[in-house]
Design a protein around this ligand. Structure first.
Ligand code: ZN
Ligand code: ZN
Ligand code: FE
Length: 763
């Protein structure tokens, strides 16, 4: 029998996911000697043994990597013969310039869940049970390598039983850094008015009683605090809204099991899979009949509910089914509206004491706050609305080699992006950079990612908007550290992000259907209904929506009725004569102000925003005149649309303008003829699809381009998204859309990096 040595280089998320023990067990199973080691770029393995054993090992590892691992590349090559009599796990080295992807936090796995409820297990009902395949990762990590002293578990020395499991390569807790048990690990307690009243199991019972009584409970979870209450209790939910200053925005819900969620939300197989996945995001799904009642309380005017499963052992114990205990809890981020999520104990007590009646606390520190992710399903794949817990800081492979660079993102739904070599690390959702607290959390997170991923930026990219806080940060830092700074146009960044996510390597241009709320244009005006032709290197603004004034500026963003009056005026439709809903919705005084602003053009900036056109139509249909959260009017319009309606209105293309004024005339004529609101809403959506295909056709005629990148917040509208893909494909276009990042402004930081890399002289 001829012995051989094989070497493996494996890259991707391979640390903190049980990769080395899997390799170890597999090597022993196949009677191989050798070693496995974490290195700068991933995992390195050498095996020594018979050819057929080497081949069998390779086949198994390649086809059955550990569940949480994400392998980017798997290379095998022959190595010089060297005899190893046993297989060993070598200690990880930590060189200053090394970087390794970090695993996101993961929901409790089925094995741990079984142990949690097994009275014979030594971790029976222990709220911090975890293993190599599940539990906290990113949120408890202070530095790499991912070893216990570098996590917030550093303060909990292992007891002998846990240590034995931790050091046993055959145990499923081998090298699980957060491993813990009731003897050695973190503990829970219940407090009111900063008085610690109950510990352990009693604390959980007290928390459950508080919820049952309709109280509001602050719960310290995985990546921060939640505010929880009984989702079936209208009074409790209303109290929470008032205290949180959150009027209409839907609340996320949590349930113990998928079976319970199915009573309230209709789940497709793919939605069910996502809900129960290790990422355990909030999944938006259509309500059932029973869900309608729940929606009325927690998500007014919505046809969908956002549900997540109890994703930690603590949440499972908190939501354990019992007669008289609510099946669904509201689980909303522990903050006042607009502020970042609270994550430190003292900070939470200070900021949440006026919001919560009681606190369920624990003593495992959180290093990085991470919100819950929100997803929906598109073509059997997750389509992200908010990318945070479970997904971040997962790396993306980019189709370009990057010098160390930071893109600082936008003002709303901020994320930032650090890139190096062929990897981009797009941060978790940071929030709207409109107050000092959020800016602080942005700066903390930037510093943390730079440390974790060993990226010291040698260039910066930012939005063109001079007043965005993220832009100011980039400008100040570029001066302080003498770094080149490249300002990237907002919609160009959307286009570039979408291309990068679709592994677009070419320098050839593509068509970009960038339909968005607000972005600063190269001419200083507000853009947002943009059809671009371009790539990473540049773009042409081939078509854009007819600009109209926004009477009152930001006020018009909050009050779609104002934007509606502007569009009606632009189309010469007499709002007063026809007594259209936006006319009726505003007071005489406000209408006069709008008229004056439209005439004088004072405090009435022009915009080509597609998001504002959706706002205007929602108001014209009487669906929404004033919003209390972003995209509320567009969601109302989408929810109202009749799914079976096929009709559409024509939107004119002239020169480089998309002119919807004829469409508005037809649409209001329909309303006067008594065509129902759901049908008119559907016709409007269909018009946008028809228009999109029409502009692509027109661009193809002049250039031959067939690839169409779809990006911008408007494409969070699933009716549009589900219609545009087949419509483009039917005409032999190749649609490219976001697969890893949200289509909203959370993707912009990646696009900034891609465009800046092209512009920098080093590349
Ligand atoms: Zn587990
Ligand atoms: Zn222990
Ligand atoms: Fe945008």
């Amino acid at each position: 029998m001829k012995l051989q040595n094989w070497r493996f280089h494996i890259t991707g998320i391979v640390q903190g996911v049980g990769f080395r023990p899997t390799v170890y067990l597999l090597a022993r199973e196949h009677h191989l000697g050798g070693w496995v080691n974490n290195t700068a770029q991933g995992v390195e393995i050498e095996i020594h043994g018979a050819e057929k054993d080497c081949a069998a090992f390779t086949h198994s590892l390649k086809n059955n990597p550990p569940a949480l691992a994400k392998v980017d590349s798997f290379e095998v090559f022959p190595a010089p013969l060297r005899v190893y009599t046993e297989f060993t796990i070598r200690d990880s080295e930590n060189r200053a310039e090394d970087f390794l992807p970090v695993s996101p936090d993961m929901a409790i796995c089925p094995d741990c869940q079984r142990e949690l409820f097994n009275p014979a297990d030594r971790r029976y009902r222990y709220p911090f049970i975890n293993c190599t395949h599940c539990g906290p990762r990113f949120s408890i990590l202070r530095d790499i390598p991912y070893d216990r002293p570098n996590t917030s578990m550093a303060g909990f020395p292992l007891c002998p039983d846990c240590a034995a499991e931790y050091h046993d390569p055959g145990n499923r807790r081998f090298h699980a850094q957060p491993v813990a048990c009731p003897v050695c690990g973190p503990q829970v307690w219940y407090e009111e008015n900063e008085l610690r009243l109950y510990e352990g199991a009693q604390a959980l019972q007290a928390a459950r009683s508080a919820l049952r009584e309709g109280k509001i409970l602050a719960v310290k979870g995985l990546g921060g605090f939640h505010l929880a209450c009984d989702a079936h209790n209208a009074l409790a939910v209303q109290t929470l809204r008032e205290r949180k200053h959150r009027t209409g925005k839907p609340f996320a819900l949590m349930a113990f099991s998928p079976e319970i969620v199915r009573r309230y939300a209709r789940l497709s197989p793919e939605e069910l899979r996502l809900l129960s996945s290790p990422q355990a995001p909030i999944v938006l799904a259509e309500t059932t009949h029973a869900g309608k009642k729940l929606a009325k309380i927690t998500a007014p005017d919505q046809t969908r509910l956002g549900f997540m499963l109890a994703y930690t052992p603590l949440h499972l114990l908190l939501l354990e089914p019992e007669a008289g205990f609510p099946e669904a809890l509201v689980m909303t981020s522990g903050n006042l509206s607009e502020e970042p999520l609270a994550y430190r104990d003292d900070e939470a007590r200070q900021r949440l004491s006026s919001l919560a009646d009681a606190f369920l606390m624990h003593n495992r520190p959180i290093y990085m706050r991470v919100d819950d992710s929100v997803v929906t399903v598109l073509r059997e794949q997750p389509y992200l609305i908010r990318r945070a817990r479970g997904y971040a800081p997962g790396q993306l492979r980019i189709p370009k080699t990057a010098l160390p660079i930071l893109g600082t993102g936008t003002q709303l739904k901020n994320t930032f992006c650090l890139a190096r070599d062929r990897y981009a690390f797009v941060s978790h959702f940071i929030g709207d950079l409109e107050n000092q607290e959020t800016l602080d959390s942005f700066e903390q997170a930037v510093a943390h990612y730079e440390k974790l991923f060993r990226i010291h930026p040698r260039a910066l990219a930012c939005d063109m908007h001079p007043d965005y806080l993220a832009t100011r940060y980039a400008r100040a830092r570029s001066q302080r550290e003498s770094l080149p700074l490249i300002a990237v146009q907002h919609h160009h960044a959307h286009l570039a992000a979408c291309l990068a996510e679709n592994a677009w390597e070419s320098s050839a241009p593509a068509i970009g259907l960038i339909f968005d709320g607000t972005g600063y244009g190269t001419d200083g005006s507000i853009w947002g209904g943009e059809v671009l032709v371009g790539g990473y290197q540049g773009f042409e603004r081939r078509f854009h929506l007819l600009p109209v004034p926004l009477p009152g500026g930001d006020l018009a963003v909050r009050k779609p009725a104002r934007t509606a009056l502007s569009w009606l005026a632009a189309a010469d439709i007499p709002a007063e004569e026809h007594q259209l809903p936006p006319f009726q919705a505003l007071s005489k005084q406000e209408r006069d102000a709008v008229t004056a602003q439209l005439q004088s053009r004072i405090n009435a900036p022009e915009t080509s925003s597609m998001g504002r056109l959706f706002d205007a139509v929602a108001s014209i249909l009487g669906l929404c005149h004033e919003i209390s959260y972003e995209a509320q009017a567009a969601i109302a319009l989408e929810s109202a649309a009749d799914p079976d309606e096929k009709g559409a209105y024509a939107i004119l293309l002239r020169d480089n303008i998309l002119d919807p004024r004829d469409m508005l005339r037809e649409l209001t004529a329909d309303l006067r003829r008594g065509v129902s609101v759901p049908r008119v809403a559907a016709r409007f959506h269909n018009s946008i699809i028809q228009l999109s295909v029409q502009v692509c056709r027109s661009i193809r005629e002049e250039s031959g381009l067939r690839h169409v990148a779809i990006s911008g917040g408007v494409w969070q509208n699933m009716r549009l998204m589900r219609a545009i893909l087949p419509a483009l494909e039917a005409e032999n276009f190749i649609p490219l859309y976001h697969r890893a990042l949200p289509t909203n402004d959370a993707c912009v930081s990646l696009g900034q990096v891609m465009v800046a890399l092209q512009a920098l002289p080093e590349n």
